[in-house]
Design a protein around this ligand. Structure first.
Ligand code: ATP
Ligand code: MN
Length: 462
């Protein structure tokens, strides 16, 4: 037994008649007169393999064990199927049951279980149709990401997960410590982090950007792709405490080039998913979001709209909509604003640029107006912000001033400032939230349902 056994995907595709062995988990068993029909799936494709067991071929004890959730090996002859919608089926001659699943207690029984319930059985939900499709799409998006950047000569960098600097200056970070919380060392009444593992305070990273910028100043075009962590106490359908981010960074690149890369990359991913996940997308279209496929096809062929934040505010002010959060120049765009712009006003992805400096991170390059920065957020229908990026401040004196204005301690940023002292270069980059993108292409409504095991406030089961 090894990985070279044939996947069900390949069995379904092969020419009958032939001898075949199928390995997988039973989705359903249906008993008809003198025949048992068994649907088996191994996750390799959306479609199940139908196995047909004629009465008398197996002893009844074995047949009884072939229930939903059981892990089996079925051997027999792959033949042309008389049933519609499937080319082949397996006429079973023998069965090995590796792991039975007691029908009385197996939790993944009934069809139509709610997503809320399925989250409580995240260890098993991956065997179902929806999550099979979600994780095949997620796999393809990850693979296509590497393909896209590698084909364009970008260097893949593994940025650290433990970090001493707060990239956004936002403070929503998880601390990493080995100090004894019941017996904290103190100095002048405060916790003495010099006695902590790293000799200083350390956190889980919120972004690999600052580190990846160092590599952009050596390899020009680079990207990082890894987990990031945010301790925001918000339980929305679009926020996780642990999520994956893809962050390219380009030297010799301004905000225009950055927008072009973002648009090209998103379209590449969409094209890849349309090509490689068609059966899964068809399921999402039928069962989750009727517009999903047509939206993706439409996005492929239409240029993204590009507007400034100032124009976006004007559009929102003259929209006649009543928003929960008030709109004024200087306000942070809320999800409802973002969705109005991209869904109702423009009807396709929009890149909003030149945000007020007060609502964006200190490292974004300041415009000559001294009020706005070269930020660019990509907004898409149904999701809102999917990418956040910017041209970076590459002038040492300006960056130092901005760090101070933001009220940050400049000491942890000494190396980041050094990048502007030695061989500085105009450079730009962005971050794409992997889960937000998977939501977008699948039509799934809650971010907890596109990540294998979700971490949100109050929940880190599994
Ligand atoms: P938002 O305003 O939606 O909270 P943000 O502006 O804080 O996001 P950035 O710091 O710009 O996010 O991060 C870049 C990208 O990472 C976002 O565009 C989004 O796709 C994704 N992202 C950010 N925060 C989260 C989160 N908590 N869970 C999942 N994805 C996230
Ligand atoms: Mn953002």
């Amino acid at each position: 037994m090894d990985y070279r056994r044939t996947y069900i995907r390949d069995l379904l595709d092969s020419e009958p008649p032939r001898e075949a062995s199928a390995f997988g988990w039973v989705k359903t068993r249906r008993d008809s007169k003198g025949i048992h029909f068994v649907q088996v799936n191994d996750g390799s494709c959306f479609q199940d393999l139908q196995a047909v067991i004629q009465e008398g071929v197996l002893d009844e004890e074995t047949v009884k064990q072939i229930t939903t959730g059981a892990c089996v090996r079925l051997d027999g002859e792959l033949v042309e199927s008389p049933a519609p919608g499937q080319k082949v089926e397996l006429q079973v001659r023998s069965v090995e049951v590796f792991g039975p699943a007691d029908p009385a207690t197996y939790p993944l029984q009934k069809k139509g279980a709610s997503f809320e319930f399925l989250r409580e059985i995240s260890h098993l939900r991956v065997r179902g149709n929806t999550f099979g499709a979600v994780f095949r799409v997620r796999n393809q998006v990850s693979w296509a990401t590497h393909k896209f950047f590698q084909d364009r000569g970008f260097l893949y960098v593994h940025t650290p997960i433990i970090s001493a600097s707060d990239c956004e200056g936002a403070g929503a970070m998880f601390m990493v410590t080995t100090l004894d919380l019941d017996n904290l060392p103190r100095i002048d009444g405060k916790v003495d982090f010099s006695q902590d593992f790293f000799g200083r305070q350390a956190y889980l990273t919120v972004s690999g950007q600052l580190n990846v910028e160092c590599f952009a100043e050596a390899f020009t075009n680079v990207y990082t792709f890894g987990p990031t962590f945010r301790a925001e106490n918000s339980s929305t359908a679009r926020h996780l405490a642990e999520f994956w981010m893809i962050e390219p960074e380009q030297a010799f690149c301004d905000i225009e080039g950055n927008m072009n890369l973002a648009e090209e990359y998103l379209k590449y991913l969409i094209g890849h998913v349309l090509e490689h996940c068609s059966a899964d997308l068809e399921f999402f279209r039928q069962r989750i979001e009727p517009t999903v496929v047509e939206t993706l096809q439409h996005v492929l062929t239409s240029p993204f709209e590009r507007i400034t934040y100032t124009d976006a505010i004007k559009m929102l002010e003259s929209s006649g909509e009543s928003f929960e959060f008030p709109v004024f120049w200087g306000c942070d765009l809320q999800s409802e604003h973002e969705r109005y712009l991209t869904e109702k006003k423009i009807g396709r992805p929009v890149i909003v640029t030149d945000y007020p400096k007060e609502i964006k991170a200190f490292y974004m390059r300041i415009n000559d107006d001294e009020k706005t920065v070269r930020a660019m957020d990509v907004l898409v229908p149904r999701i809102g912000e999917i990418i956040g990026g910017s041209q970076r401040e590459d002038r040492h004196d300006v960056l130092l001033r901005r760090i101070r204005e933001a009220g940050l301690d400049e000491e942890p940023y000494w190396w980041y400032l050094d990048l502007r002292r030695f061989g500085s270069v105009p450079h730009s980059g962005f971050g794409l939230g992997l889960e937000r993108f998977v939501m977008y292409v699948t039509g799934m409504k809650n971010i907890r349902d596109v990540v294998p095991f979700y971490r949100v406030p109050g929940s880190a089961e599994f």
